[in-house]
Design a protein around this ligand. Structure first.
Ligand SMILES: CC(C)(COP(=O)(O)OP(=O)(O)OC[C@H]1O[C@@H](n2cnc3c(N)ncnc32)[C@H](O)[C@@H]1OP(=O)(O)O)[C@@H](O)C(=O)NCCC(=O)NCCS
Length: 146
């Protein structure tokens, strides 16, 4: 039985294990604890006590910024990312949010595929937005009307 629950400080070790494995540019523990202290909505996705993934998003007026969505390495490509994104959109709709926005690296083929699949469209490009070693990488900005 899969469920989505509030993230808390006791989750940090498990989150950091997933985060460091699945992201080329992982968030730090501080990024997550800051998110927990902020107005962000932070949720953990789990089944039988094992963490499958997590999501962090920031509601602002009537828009939601999706900041982090991750599925554990051994659990990817089973439809869980799509389920977690669908649940996230449902929560945002329940908060009367009108659209969801996000930034994604053009090199992140899996995330781009997931977002396109879920109905997101590309609305702009932020040049040199992300650090990428000694270079910078653009960000594709995507939106989905909720
Ligand atoms: C992006 C991510 C959350 C997708 O989760 P997932 O559970 O593997 O995705 P799903 O199995 O639900 O796949 C949904 C769709 O996304 C696309 N997709 C997922 N992984 C893909 C890959 N490796 N290559 C291409 N497309 C991919 C496909 O369109 C897929 O549909 P399909 O399986 O019917 O072809 C996961 O790859 C992940 O955690 N990546 C690292 C963290 C990250 O980059 N997060 C996004 C930025 S914060």
């Amino acid at each position: 039985m899969m469920r989505l629950r509030e993230m808390n400080l006791a989750d940090m070790d498990a989150i950091m294990r997933i985060e460091q494995r699945v992201h080329a540019h992982p968030w730090t523990r501080g990024n997550f604890t800051d998110a927990l202290k902020s107005d962000c909505v932070c949720k953990v996705y789990e089944a039988e006590g094992a963490m499958l993934g997590y999501v962090v998003f920031m509601p602002a007026v009537d828009e939601v910024q999706l900041l982090n969505i991750s599925i554990a390495a051994g659990q990817q490509r089973k439809g869980l990312g799509r389920k977690l994104l669908d649940e996230t959109m449902k929560i945002a709709r329940g908060m009367n949010m009108r659209r969801m926005l996000l930034e994604v690296r053009p090199s992140n083929v899996a995330a781009l595929g997931l977002y396109r699949d879920a109905g997101f469209r590309e609305i702009s490009l932020r040049r040199g937005y992300y650090p990428a070693g000694s270079e910078r990488e653009d960000a594709i900005v995507m939106e989905c009307v909720l």
